[in-house]
Design a protein around this ligand. Structure first.
Ligand code: NAD
Length: 501
């Protein structure tokens, strides 16, 4: 029997009026297991009205009291970890261990947001002029919305709503329609944690729901995480409608392998970073840039057998290292790109296209693939494959590797593997990428730092979580006051400053 997944507005389930639904699959068996309601503009408006009505009460609730809800939510996340991972993996396909890891990364943002009273402490300058003091505070921006991708159905929503709500905003989550259940469950858990109705709502939907959020005059800020073409549209449309927008987008992450690197460490790192979660991570390594032919040969010699023996399977088999990709269309796109790579002259060292698993014949599985001799003009280099495919590019020098990465349109994450401190320092300083790893393949910053890329990987001025999250979800206000009010200075027609006598 297929489940029906609805919206959550004002502290309860909301079925909406659209009567449009999308299929939700279990990608391991390739069958529809649920139907998710797709909101129309009227349904979205109900969510916005609810968030708007809850705003005055919530924004004037003291930060420490707001944090108490988040402390309780954190406990509920811990208690519900297994169930959340099951809900997530069943619709996404990633292994249960990987799902738990991603919930934990979201939980760490909740822990950071629990310190909101401290984070919102303003600045104060005494006696900037005779009897004059200045203080700065950060105030909520209002009703915020978050539009999230399929690949991290728990972590990415938790990059957003705990921070927004801690800062005193109300929030509407629009999870991916491909795996919506975990996001909806998180919103329910916030209610169970004692969040007043309307402070956090969720609407499911597609472009129609997103457009309604982007153009609603009562929505003040939009956080988006997803692909670059959609992110570009979200940023342009949201800004044109007067909203503050942060849009975190697609990626092509390079890992530079220097001749002096510890090759066993490199191969372990590449396996997890390229094939973990079937390559469906915005921080996945999709290009290994080997400096020198000898480095490339050693890398491939050690890596290829590991890729061939990758254990592909369903999320709930403890032996599984890599699950299926999200949809049949996604599998077809990946296979099409692999074909283009062969046609355009890359060497397919490991061919994972034909995977059949007994009992899972219709699942959306793609085995690990490894290309050698990839060049910058090829489609497999230019496009985000978002699947278990690693491209090896050979460069003559370290400088060529840096030039290649800096010329790439994306700038989300990158890593260098070397034992040389000078090279590592030069790379960290001169690479045009937002998140850099030195002997760390997936340098996702911890919650109290901020996550965000450069170039076509982020549109807007703010990354997510950490202090950047606080800045995005608040407006700065600076108050200049004179006490005692009786001090008279006479009328000033020039622009005075504190250093005037
Ligand atoms: P997507 O862009 O297809 O969808 C993201 C969200 O946008 C979903 O909620 C979807 O419903 C909505 N959407 C889709 N089409 C739309 C349209 N035409 N108009 C308005 N809204 C629309 O992305 P995805 O396939 O769900 O996720 C994978 C992508 O997300 C990859 O490109 C990946 O790199 C990226 N991603 C980036 C980060 C990051 O932090 N930079 C993190 C995770 C994922």
């Amino acid at each position: 029997m297929t489940r029906e997944i609805f919206h959550y507005i004002d502290g309860k389930k909301f079925t909406g009026t659209s009567e449009r639904f999308a299929d939700v699959y279990n990608p391991a068996i390739g069958e529809v297991e649920g139907k998710v309601a797709l909101a129309n503009a009227a349904d979205v408006r109900v969510a916005v009205e609810s968030a708007k009505a809850a705003l005055p009460g919530w924004s004037s609730t003291p930060p420490a009291k707001r944090a108490q809800v988040l402390f309780r939510f954190r406990d509920l996340l811990m208690k519900n970890m297994d169930k959340l991972a099951e809900l997530l993996s069943r619709e996404h396909g990633k292994t249960l261990a990987d799902a738990k890891g991603s919930v934990t990364r979201g939980l760490e943002v909740v822990e950071f947001a629990c310190g909101i009273a401290h984070l919102l402490k303003g600045e104060f300058s005494e006696s900037v002029a005779n009897g004059v003091d200045v203080h700065s505070t950060r105030q909520p921006v209002g009703v915020c919305a978050g539009i999230t991708p399929f690949n991290f159905p728990a972590m990415v929503p938790m990059w957003m709503f705990p921070m927004a709500i801690a800062c005193g905003n109300t929030f509407i989550l629009k999870p991916s329609e491909r795996d919506p259940s975990c996001g909806i469950r998180l919103v329910e858990l916030m209610s169970e944690a004692g969040l007043p109705d309307g402070v956090l709502n969720a609407v499911n939907g597609d472009k129609e729901a997103v457009d309604a959020l982007l153009t609603d005059p009562d929505v003040s800020a939009i956080s988006f995480v997803g692909s670059t073409p959609i992110g570009r549209y979200i940023y342009a449309t949201g800004c044109a409608n007067g909203k503050r927008v942060q849009a975190l987008c697609g990626a092509k992450n390079h890992m530079v392998i220097m001749p002096d690197a510890d090759m066993d460490q490199v191969v372990d790192a590449a396996m997890g970073a390229a094939y973990g979660s079937a390559g469906e991570r915005c921080m996945a390594i999709s290009v290994a840039v080997a400096v020198g032919d000898e480095t490339a040969d050693r890398f491939i010699e050690k890596l290829a057998p590991r890729v061939r023996s990758l254990k592909v399977g369903p999320y709930n088999d403890p032996e599984t290292e890599m699950g299926p990709v999200i949809t049949r269309q996604s599998k077809e796109k990946i296979l099409g790109l692999i074909d283009s790579g062969i046609e355009q002259g890359a060497e397919l060292v490991v061919d994972g296209r034909e995977v059949t698993l007994q009992g899972y014949e219709n699942g959306f599985f793609v085995g690990g693939c490894l290309f050698d001799k990839v060049t910058a003009e090829m489609d497999i280099y230019q496009q985000e494959i978002f699947g278990p495919v690693l491209n090896v590019v050979r460069t003559k020098s370290y400088d060529d590797a840096v030039t290649m990465i800096n010329e790439n349109a994306f700038g989300n994450g990158t890593a260098i593997f070397t034992r040389d401190g000078d090279t590592a320092r030069d790379f960290s300083k001169n690479i045009s990428v937002g998140m850099v790893g030195v002997n760390v393949p997936i340098p996702v910053p911890v919650a109290y730092h901020s996550f965000g890329g450069w170039k076509d990987s982020l549109f807007g001025d703010h990354s997510v979580h950490g202090m950047e999250g606080v800045r995005f979800y608040t407006k700065l206000k600076t108050v200049t006051s004179r006490w005692p009010s009786g001090i008279r200075q006479g009328a000033a027609f020039n622009f005075v400053s504190g250093s005037d006598d």
